[in-house]
Design a protein around this ligand. Structure first.
Ligand code: MF3
Ligand code: CO
Length: 269
């Protein structure tokens, strides 16, 4: 038994949830996934440079498709489980999985999450940002700011040999302190060799609970923060788009991270 095997075995014997060894990326895989993540970040930078009031979300989809394919990548959402576009664009009361459309035109005061996921040479990456259009209300400004703070606090709480629940606790505490709710049933995920791998990453679980963070693991920190209640419904026409039940605003920011011996490193944001 290697030192690592022994440590994992002891943790499991003590009742902790430990990752299957298949979730621990090898140095070669890490190097390849980092290249995918760098392209993913570049796509987000490209969107950031071009997003503007009056643009429709189908144009964002075109920007993402053209830039990604020009650089040798494939947008991971395209045809994923039947998703029809290359990126998710979620405006105001849309929590996630908004489908780009010619009908959705960005107007002053909107807040929008653009969620970009990339396949490069078979390796997957995923991150999302919030963008604000023109002048936004103080209410929207606060939600976007607190969501960014939540993700940063989650990242700081993430430590090798700590637990996923430590991240959730930091995020949920900060959200609740500001009067917000974290969506419970939709969360983050492992990533790298596939779009969505184990583990499911909740942002409402207690400190010290859930999977141990073992060096080599990769996953996303992507809480969805609602200004109102955490309840949602899914568009029954397209089967994808998730809306807040009460019509309140929702924001989300996603970092893709790697656990190393020394800390938790952001690969794409
Ligand atoms: N990027 C989303 C996530 O963080 C994935 C959405 S699936 C899609 O999990 F098909 F809608 F792209
Ligand atoms: Co994701």
């Amino acid at each position: 038994m290697s030192k690592l095997d022994l440590r994992l075995w002891a943790l499991q014997a003590a009742g902790h949830i430990v990752p299957d060894k298949s979730l621990l990326k090898t140095p070669k895989q890490i190097a390849a996934i980092k290249k995918s993540a760098a392209l993913n970040t570049a796509v987000l930078d490209h969107v950031a440079a071009h997003i503007r009031q009056g643009m429709c979300t189908a144009e964002i989809d075109q920007l993402v498709y053209n830039f990604t394919t020009k650089h040798g990548g494939i947008p991971a959402p395209l045809n994923y489980d039947g998703f029809p576009k290359s990126v998710c664009t979620s405006i105001n009361n849309v929590i996630c999985h908004g489908i780009p459309s010619e009908e959705d035109i960005l107007k002053e005061g909107d807040i929008i999450n653009v969620d970009v996921s990339t396949i490069l040479h078979g390796y997957f990456s995923d991150a999302s940002r919030m963008f604000t259009i023109g002048e936004i209300s103080p209410r929207a400004e606060k939600l976007v700011r607190v969501t960014a703070e939540c993700v940063e606090r989650g990242l700081r709480a993430a430590k090798p040999w700590g637990h996923l629940g430590d991240i959730a606790h930091a995020i949920n505490t900060h959200a609740r302190r500001n009067g917000y709710h974290v969506v419970e049933e939709i969360g983050g995920h492992g990533i790298g060799l596939e779009f969505h791998e184990e583990p499911f990453v909740s942002y409402v679980t207690p400190k010290g609970s859930e999977m141990v963070l073992v060096p080599g693991m990769m996953f996303t920190i992507e809480p969805m923060i609602n200004e109102g209640g955490p309840e949602y419904f899914i568009d029954d026409e397209n089967g994808w788009t998730v809306y807040t039940m009460d019509g309140g605003l929702s924001a989300q920011i996603e970092y893709m991270v790697l656990v190393t011996d020394k800390g938790v490193k952001v690969l794409s944001k």
